[in-house]
Design a binder for this molecule. Structure first.
Ligand code: FAD
Ligand code: A2P
Length: 375
């Protein structure tokens, strides 16, 4: 039997052990807490450093490529915040009516490329967009698993005012995907659906999406465009905004810079919007330059197919003089496969000017002057 005194004495004897355990827990916790605070402090300083670095002038060796000034980048961000996105989503798409659908190709051309316009006036909320964005199209029918087809994206080929300048339509430039598999011709689901639709048909539209290919606001900007095939779509919208008389009256954007389009097509008969481009050239000889690479009719210096990257090399000096001007933006749109070729050409072209393209390209991108949308 324990006496009361023995119990008390036993309890008192445990006190140092309890204190030791508490002390151990407290110091361990404190050390960790301190370490955490220190880490957090370091991270904060690092991110501050990055933040303050951002608007600073970034110079590569021998280069004059500059990031936008603080005010400009803040302004750009603010403006981009106003750009409409995802007004219509796949669960609740807008059903637009086809206004027109016609071929853009001449006799003897390869494949099928159509210009297709949809009426947006009954959309509520209104499906507005700006030049350089894309819309989604949900083709009718079901896939092999009996599910509705997924949407496909298409670059918008019209300005926000539409081809008829009434501001309630959107146009696309669509190539029908066709390839051979096991001796059979396979037609792309959505591109075939789009090339086949008729005026009056209803089409499920989503979007708009995309902020990568937006035009700068500055009227003095220079715009270099590198396009293959339907990659001309956003460029057509830009060029209409710059040079189409009625569009200019509407948009009040008095473009004063230089626009230079490098266009890649397999044959002359495949050149898209050619009459409009020739008219812009005649009317704006000081502001517009148009360089074609017609792959199956022209040869590059090595005797191979002429691609836009070969044209870039031919114009290396003039092109890089433009790129060194911080008002110049470069837009690349069309075949994904052209990207390595363009990179290679830019590397060589930059070398000729004593510049390093692998350093310049990320700087141009950071400065919001290098815009790529390939597919
Ligand atoms: P699908 O039926 O979806 O077939 C495509 C699939 O076929 C491929 O995924 C591949 O698996 C297979 N395939 C394709 N080629 C071959 C081949 N040679 N051999 C074997 N298999 C093959 N297109 C335009 O025409 N105009 C535009 O302005 C345009 N803008 C775009 C913008 C963006 C941002 C993006 C991402 C894409 C754009 N596209 C544009 C491409 C478009 O979205 C579709 O991918 C294209 O129309 C093909 O869709 P489809 O439904 O006809 O083909
Ligand atoms: P090609 O098909 O003769 O090899 P379209 O979409 O109307 O077919 O036009 C695409 C154009 O881009 C064609 O002239 C095509 O040439 C060309 N092209 C194909 N592959 C590349 C590439 N890797 N780099 C640049 N241009 C390319």
């Amino acid at each position: 039997m324990y006496s009361q005194a023995k119990v008390i004495a036993g309890g008192l004897a445990h006190i140092p052990v309890v204190i030791a355990v508490f002390y151990f827990i407290l110091t361990t916790f404190n050390k960790r807490a301190l370490k955490f605070v220190e880490e957090a402090k370091t991270k904060k300083t690092e991110s501050k450093a990055v933040e303050t670095k951002k608007p600073a002038v970034l110079k590569a060796e021998n280069s004059k490529i500059e990031a936008p000034k603080t005010e400009t980048s803040k302004l750009a961000k603010k403006k981009h915040a106003d750009v409409p996105v995802n007004i219509y989503r796949p669960k609740t798409p807008f059903e637009g009516t086809v206004i027109e659908n016609y071929s853009l190709l001449k006799e003897g051309a390869i494949g099928r490329v159509n210009h297709i316009t949809f009426d947006l006036k009954d959309s509520d909320p209104f499906l507005n967009y700006v030049e350089g964005q894309s819309i989604g199209i949900m083709p009718a029918g079901e896939d092999a698993n009996g599910k509705p087809h997924k949407l496909r994206l298409y670059s918008i080929a019209s300005t926000r005012h539409g081809d008829d300048f009434n501001g309630n339509s959107v146009s696309l430039c669509v190539r029908q995907l066709q390839y051979e598999k096991d001796g059979e011709t396979i037609n792309g689901v959505c591109s075939t659906y789009l090339c086949d639709i008729k005026p009056g048909d209803k089409v499920k539209i989503t979007g708009p999406v995309g902020k990568e290919m937006l035009l700068p606001d500055e009227e003095e900007a220079n715009i270099v465009m590198l396009a293959t095939g339907t990659g001309i779509a956003p460029m057509r919208a830009y060029l209409r905004r710059m040079f189409e008389p009625t569009e200019k009256e509407k948009n009040k954007w008095n473009f004063k810079g230089k626009a230079w389009l490098f266009m890649g097509a397999p044959k002359s008969a495949n050149l898209l919007y050619e009459e409009d481009l020739q008219r812009y050239l005649t009317d704006n000889p000081d502001n517009f330059k148009y360089t074609k690479a017609i792959s199956r009719e022209q040869q590059n210096a090595k005797g191979g197919r002429m691609y836009i990257q070969d044209r870039v090399l031919e114009s290396a000096n003039e092109l890089f003089n433009m790129i060194e001007d911080e008002k110049t933006h470069i837009y690349l749109c069309g075949l994904k496969g052209m990207e390595p070729g363009i990179d290679e050409a830019m590397t060589k072209a930059a070398e000729e000017k004593g510049l390093n393209w692998s350093e310049l390209r990320p700087q141009l991108k950071k400065a919001g002057r290098w815009h790529v949308e390939t597919y």
